[in-house]
Design a protein around this ligand. Structure first.
Ligand code: MG
Ligand code: ZN
Length: 356
C-alpha cells in the first residue's frame, strides 16, 4: 500500500512537471502579489505571537517554499529578488529589470498591459525603491533613483502609492516629474490618502522618501491604499495586477529592532486581510504572499531558559539565505505548493493568466 502510494505520488509529480497547468486548475482573472520585504518564517510567526486576534496567514491553504539566491550571490538583495518575481529571471544583486547578461527584461506589468490589464504598485518605501521599481523600471543599479522615477513616468502603471516625493520634484536636473505625470493623465495626491479616487490614473506620494514607520505613527496607509487600489483597479474589465510591498519589515530587520519589525509585520498582516477579503468576494482573484529574502536572521527565541517569554533575537544586520514561504489563495493557488526557485513565481503567474 505504501509502495503504491509512493508510485502514485511519483506519477502525479511527473505529470505535474510536464504540464504545470492541468485543465483542472482554475484560472484567475486578477492577481494580487504581496511582498513582505525581508519576511522569513520567524517574521511570519511573529504575527501569531504578537498580533491581536487571528493572523490572516492562517487563511491560506496552499503553501510552498522558494529558494531566493540571485544569479551571482547565494544571499540575494531586494533588487534581484524583485526582478525574479517581476520578470522571471535570476539576476545579480542590485539589478532592477535587467538580466545577468545586462539586458532589460520585460516585466509582468509591461506584458499584461499589452492585453489591456490595469496595474498598480504600492510600497511603504519610496515608490522608486528596488522592490516596486522592478515591476516597471530597467536599470543596472537600484541606486539610480532619479532615473527610476523618470521610467515610472513612462510606465504602464495606473495606480502608484508610497513615498518618494524628492525623486520627482527635488532633482538636480530641474525637472518636475509631477508635471510630467499630470501630462500623462495622472491625478496626484500628496497630502493624504484620498477616500475615493476618480477614474484618472493615480499617483499618491505621501512622504519625501520612505513612508514613516508604524512605530512613528504611519497608521493604516498600507491596508487603506490597498483597498483604494482594489476599488480602482477592479473597474478594469480586462483584469488587473497589483503588487503591494510591506517594505519596512526589512528595515526593522536591518536595524535589529524587534518592535520596528513586528509592528511592520502586523501592518502587512492586516493588509493581507484586505486583499483576501476582496478576493473572497470577487472570486476571480489569486492572492500570493511571499518575500524576496529574510532580513536579520530573526528568531523567536526563548528568553534564556525562561520558556514563558519570547525574546526576539537577530544574528545579522543583513539578509539571510533561508528558504522563504509562499502563501497562495484563490483560483490557481494550488500551483504554488512545493519547493522551487523565486523566479518560478513569475512563470506560474504567466501560465495561470494564459501568457505562456
Ligand atoms: Mg523592498
Ligand atoms: Zn534589506
Amino acid at each position: 500500500m505504501k509502495y503504491l502510494l509512493t508510485l502514485l505520488l511519483g506519477l502525479s509529480m511527473t505529470a505535474w512537471a510536464q504540464s504545470p497547468v492541468n485543465s483542472n486548475v482554475q484560472k484567475p482573472k486578477n492577481i494580487i502579489l504581496l511582498i513582505g520585504d525581508g519576511m522569513g518564517l520567524s517574521q511570519v510567526s511573529s504575527s501569531f505571537y504578537f498580533g491581536e486576534g487571528d493572523s490572516n496567514f492562517a487563511r491560506f491553504n496552499n503553501i510552498g517554499l522558494i529558494r531566493t539566491s540571485s544569479s551571482a550571490q547565494p544571499v540575494t538583495d531586494s533588487a534581484a529578488g524583485a526582478t525574479a518575481f517581476a520578470s522571471g529571471v535570476k539576476t545579480y544583486n542590485g539589478a532592477v529589470g535587467f538580466s545577468n547578461k545586462n539586458k532589460p527584461v520585460p516585466t509582468i506589468v509591461e506584458i499584461l498591459s499589452e492585453s489591456g490589464y490595469a496595474s498598480g504598485v504600492i510600497a511603504t518605501s519610496s515608490v522608486v525603491h528596488a522592490t516596486p521599481a522592478a515591476f516597471y523600471a530597467h536599470v543596472k543599479s537600484r541606486r539610480i533613483y532619479k532615473m527610476i522615477a523618470e521610467q515610472l513616468v513612462e510606465s504602464e502603471l495606473d495606480f502608484v502609492a508610497g513615498g518618494g516625493e524628492k525623486f520627482f520634484t527635488q532633482r538636480t536636473d530641474g525637472k518636475n516629474l509631477y508635471e510630467a505625470m499630470r501630462a500623462k493623465g495622472f491625478e496626484i495626491h500628496t497630502d493624504s490618502l484620498p477616500e475615493k479616487v476618480s477614474e484618472k490614473k493615480q499617483l499618491i506620494i505621501l512622504a519625501e522618501d520612505g513612508m514613516p514607520k508604524m512605530i512613528d505613527g504611519r497608521g493604516d496607509f498600507l491596508p487603506n491604499s490597498t483597498k483604494l487600489a482594489l476599488d480602482y483597479l477592479s473597474k478594469d474589465e480586462d483584469g488587473f495586477f497589483l503588487m503591494v510591498e510591506g517594505s519596512q519589515i526589512d528595515w526593522g530587520g536591518h536595524d535589529n529592532n524587534a518592535d520596528y519589525l513586528i509592528s511592520e509585520q502586523l501592518d502587512f498582516d492586516k493588509t493581507i486581510g484586505v486583499a483576501l477579503d476582496f478576493a473572497e468576494t470577487n472570486g476571480e482573484t489569486l492572492v500570493i504572499v511571499t518575500a524576496d529574502h529574510e532580513t536579520g536572521g530573526f528568531t523567536l527565541s526563548a528568553a534564556g531558559d525562561n520558556y514563558f517569554k519570547i525574546q526576539p533575537t537577530f544574528s545579522t544586520g543583513g539578509h539571510s539565505a533561508t528558504l522563504i514561504p509562499v502563501f497562495a489563495h484563490g483560483p490557481g493557488s494550488e500551483m504554488f505548493r512545493g519547493i522551487y526557485e523565486n523566479s518560478e513565481i513569475f512563470h506560474k503567474m504567466m501560465e495561470l493568466l494564459g501568457k505562456k
